[in-house]
Design a protein around this ligand. Structure first.
Ligand SMILES: [Zn+2]
Length: 472
């Protein structure tokens, strides 16, 4: 029997083909271009067809808006969205019923605001750059996407790749060809010559070439406009810049400022023209200051953030995405000899400091969204960040909000995601127990629903998680 989902996509594709065959070529291309450009906001089709009405009976549910643990609650799901949230255990005519174990706690699908789904560091990463092609990275990313979704992350903000593979991955997930989280993609990184975004750092002269704005490498405000407009053309959803040095490239400093204030302002002005938010990777205090004054929406990592930076971030309403797990992981791997000497030195400088900075920023009242730098450590282990955030001094409820309401607000999609509320997408996950008492339970997500489709139940992947659908 052909799964219903396959039929649906097949019908859609055939209908599209019929429409296209009646259109002149230019118009047909325009139709395809529009569907690619709108992919991030498009409804999730394909993967598996959810019954029209489903009622989930949760014995416990986290209300992330109020910051409260609720008792027995029924979530009525209609197609891809939540129709009603009702206290107690209710039934609805003709609805499929999912009874969650009484020990489980339901909560909204988790959002990781900082992933790199198209790569995963290992001992051989620096050599692989000379052997692998963009297609290899794209194929690997389909495995990482599935792992991420099954870990309970129904949405990610993918903040940088080298060849726009994450845009293709996003489109494939939206079409149901690949199982994964909903992806908001920044496409390629944007940075300056020799900086953290320069893909040829550490290469010999013959291999360096001269990457420019089309590759995300800018050296003037004019280049910044060109790079952002290229991202619009490529179909990105947001912009990621590198105003400071970083750890895992082979240049000398992890914290020096690598973009001028004028370059940052140009990126932000161009990005906002196209409705993009701007995420800024920044470790050094001066780079953070420039990025905040330049108007970026979030500071990523923020290792050497000082008091003045924190005050500025509060004034400007800038989000902080700490990625503590990346610091902890790279510190450990530097000791195990994973990285070239220059990189290992920087990892040992930066890694141990992020947790303390995150704790200090929380106390100072800086707004924090959950993000992990997945890909720097193995995909699927994202939830370890919750444990580190609590260790840094944040309350368990706050860190769950950081991965739901806060992250949805940073995405500017607070009306669609981040809480179990009527009208929002039916993204629901559950853990076996009360994560407010034991935050490590966040690593044991045993139920995953994304847009009304169940991908994991009783700790096991469902058929929807194992099948993908190609409609032609
Ligand atoms: Zn990153």
């Amino acid at each position: 029997m052909i799964p219903a989902s396959t039929r649906d996509v097949g019908n859609t594709m055939r209908a599209t083909n019929r429409r296209l065959s009646r259109l002149p070529l230019a118009a047909a291309i325009a139709v395809l271009a529009i569907s690619a450009a709108q992919a991030a906001d498009a409804p999730t089709v394909g993967a598996a067809s959810a019954p029209a009405l489903t009622v989930i009976h949760c014995a416990h549910l986290i209300d992330t808006v109020a910051g409260k643990m609720l008792g027995a609650t029924s979530i009525v799901v209609d197609g891809q969205r939540i129709k009603e949230v009702v206290a107690g255990s209710v039934s609805r005519d003709g609805a499929k019923v999912i009874d969650m174990p009484t020990n489980d706690t339901c909560m909204p699908g988790l959002i990781d605001s900082h992933t790199h789904l198209t790569m995963q560091f290992g001992k051989n990463t620096y050599a692989e750059k000379f052997h692998l092609n963009p297609a290899d990275y794209a194929i690997q990313s389909t495995v990482y996407a599935r792992r991420t979704l099954l870990a309970g992350f129904t949405i990610v903000r993918n903040v940088g790749d080298e060849h726009n593979e994450s845009i293709a991955l996003r489109n494939a997930v939206n079409k149901g060809e690949v199982v994964g989280p909903r992806i908001f993609s920044a496409g390629q990184f944007i940075g300056t010559t020799g900086g953290h975004a320069d893909p040829t750092d550490g290469y010999n002269w013959a291999l360096q070439g001269d990457p420019g704005p089309k590759d995300g490498i800018i050296d003037s405000p004019a280049d910044a406009w060109k790079a952002v407009r290229q991202h619009y053309k490529d179909g990105a959803d947001l912009i990621k810049i590198m105003p400071s040095g970083g750890v895992l490239d082979e240049s000398g400093s992890s914290e020096n400022p690598q973009m001028t204030l004028d370059e940052i302002k140009a990126v932000v002005a161009a990005a906002h023209d196209y409705g993009f938010t701007v995420a800024a990777h920044a470790h050094g205090a001066e780079a953070i200051r420039r990025a905040v004054i330049g108007g970026v929406d979030s500071i990523e990592h923020g290792t050497f953030m000082d008091d003045e930076d924190m005050q500025l971030m509060k004034q400007h309403g800038t989000w902080y995405v700490p990625t503590i797990i990346a610091g902890e992981f790279t510190k450990d791997k530097a000791k195990e000899g994973w990285y070239p000497p220059q990189v290992a030195r920087k990892a040992l400088e930066v890694g141990p400091k992020i947790m303390a900075t995150a704790g200090k920023a929380y106390k100072a009242g800086v707004k924090i969204a959950f993000g992990t730098d997945a890909g720097v450590y193995p995909h699927g282990e994202n939830a370890q960040e919750f444990v580190y955030m609590v260790q840094a001094g944040m309350p368990a409820m706050y860190v769950i909000q950081a991965a739901t309401t806060h992250a949805a607000t940073l995405l500017k999609h607070q009306d669609d995601f981040g809480s179990i509320t009527a009208g929002k997408y039916a993204d629901v996950v559950a853990v076996p127990g009360n994560p407010l008492d034991d935050i490590a339970l966040m690593k044991k997500v045993d139920f995953v629903m994304k847009a009304g489709t169940v991908y994991k139940q009783a700790g096991e992947p469902t058929d929807a998680a194992l099948k993908s659908s190609l409609g032609m």
